[in-house]
Design a protein around this ligand. Structure first.
Ligand SMILES: O=C(O)c1ccccc1N[C@@H]1O[C@H](COP(=O)(O)O)[C@@H](O)[C@H]1O
Length: 215
């Protein structure tokens, strides 16, 4: 189970979270977000980290901007969180062949899940987040976990959207994603992570996965 902690803006917190047991860190490259971080600042953080996957999160950004941020920020992955088309994903795949590509799908209704098959040939991983009419992400809104129980994509997938230390056990009792992704559920204010909440989250993930494998 991969655990992605997203929306980092502070180096000391990024270092602490990467040594606590998270497997992926996310940096928000969307200027409208209160968690936005510039490519040069990402670079000062990623250079100081122990080996860990580091993703840039983009929404409807141009290919050149994504390429520049990946190279400058020394990122291992790209998360596309907007309305990027399958063709655009194919272009990213060609331009950045060694970078893991996550396509986030913001799910408004169950039928939205059928889109994943159009993206599957071009992406490595899917991420499901809750739809919000005014915010692209980091909303704190949860998905209907029960309704996702039949979701079986042909690529690995992350569950996101409103996950917190106190609801992660319930989410993982209903679903078996390959990874989970949290932002607002483990922070004090946008971009300021709460390390006690991250520790509690990681403990609860261990408990949830151990109880599943015992069944
Ligand atoms: O966090 C943001 O500000 C953000 C902005 C634009 C696109 C995506 C963003 N974050 C993503 O939102 C989800 C879930 O967040 P939360 O746990 O519900 O707060 C996560 O995938 C982030 O990568």
């Amino acid at each position: 189970m991969r655990v992605k902690i997203c929306g980092l803006t502070q180096m000391d917190q990024a270092i602490a979270i990467s040594t606590m047991g998270a497997s992926v860190l996310g940096f928000i490259c969307v200027k409208q977000s209160p968690r936005y971080i510039a490519p040069e600042t990402i670079s000062t953080i990623t250079e100081a980290l122990p080996p860990i996957d580091c993703f840039g999160v983009f929404a409807n950004a141009a290919l050149a901007k994504i390429q520049h941020t990946v190279v400058t920020g020394k990122l291992s992955g790209v998360q596309l969180h907007g309305q990027e088309s399958p063709t655009f994903c194919q272009e990213i795949r060609t331009a950045l062949p060694n970078v893991e590509l996550i396509k986030a799908m913001r799910i408004r209704q169950l039928q939205d899940l059928s889109q994943v098959q159009d993206y599957a040939p071009y992406v490595d991983t899917f991420l499901l987040d809750a739809y919000h009419p005014k915010q692209l992400g980091g909303t704190g809104h949860t998905l209907d976990w029960k309704a996702l129980q039949t979701f079986r994509p042909e690529k690995p997938w992350f569950l996101a959207g409103g996950l917190r230390p106190d609801n992660i056990k319930q989410a993982l009792s209903l679903l078996s994603p390959d990874g989970i992704d949290l932002s607002s559920g483990v922070e004090n204010t946008p971009g300021d992570k709460n390390l006690d909440k991250v520790a509690q989250l990681l403990r609860n993930v261990k408990i949830a996965t151990a109880s599943k494998s015992a069944k």
